[in-house]
Write a protein that binds this ligand. Sequence first.
Ligand SMILES: N[C@@H](CCC(=O)N[C@@H](CS)C(=O)NCC(=O)O)C(=O)O
Length: 201
Amino acid sequence: MRLFYSSGSPFARAVRVALRETGLIHRVEEVETTLRDPASTLLPHNPVGRVPTLVLPDSTALTETALILPFLDTLGGAYPLVPQGALADFGRVLGATDGMGVWNRELRRPLNERSPTVIALETTRTNRVADALEAEVAAGGWALDAPPDAPRIALGCLLGYAEMRHRAWPWREGRPALSAWFDRLAARSSFAATIPPVSGI
Ligand SMILES: N[C@@H](CCC(=O)N[C@@H](CS)C(=O)NCC(=O)O)C(=O)O
């Protein structure tokens, strides 16, 4: 199997972390690719052109993080990534990551092409989810006493993206529990091996 990824993508990072945590990494070749590029090595496999894309031995190309992580659970990894009880949390984190991605994309546009309305909407959405998570972590939720499941991995990748590629969002301010939670998770070797490069935003 081959996993197409870009080093900056929080979605692709979630799959890369999951592969390392479950021990499935040895069955997958990671292929770094370019995005929004007509010459991208990904396009012959997946016309959607987004990462993560997992190409199976029969050439089937699986795209969408919410589909790839449950698929990994069929491969006999060390533990289930997406047990039934994790679906709600997983969905909330993916929704927040989408919101942060839209916000980030706006900030990459020239000033006169940015939509203040979109930025305001996505800033509010992302903060709303982060505030809910801060309250849950402060109340003892999101325990890290076992290897991380899909929601924990995705949340670590969301916050890791904010740290390195979306510094316009001071996400740690007023969120001491979530900050400490992230620092603990980020120390795992799976996260250390997949840190995204810093961007100017
Ligand atoms: N809903 C998708 C989102 C994936 C996504 O947005 N990936 C971005 C990188 S973070 C991408 O490939 N963008 C390239 C493009 O938009 O053409 C998922 O959960 O996997």
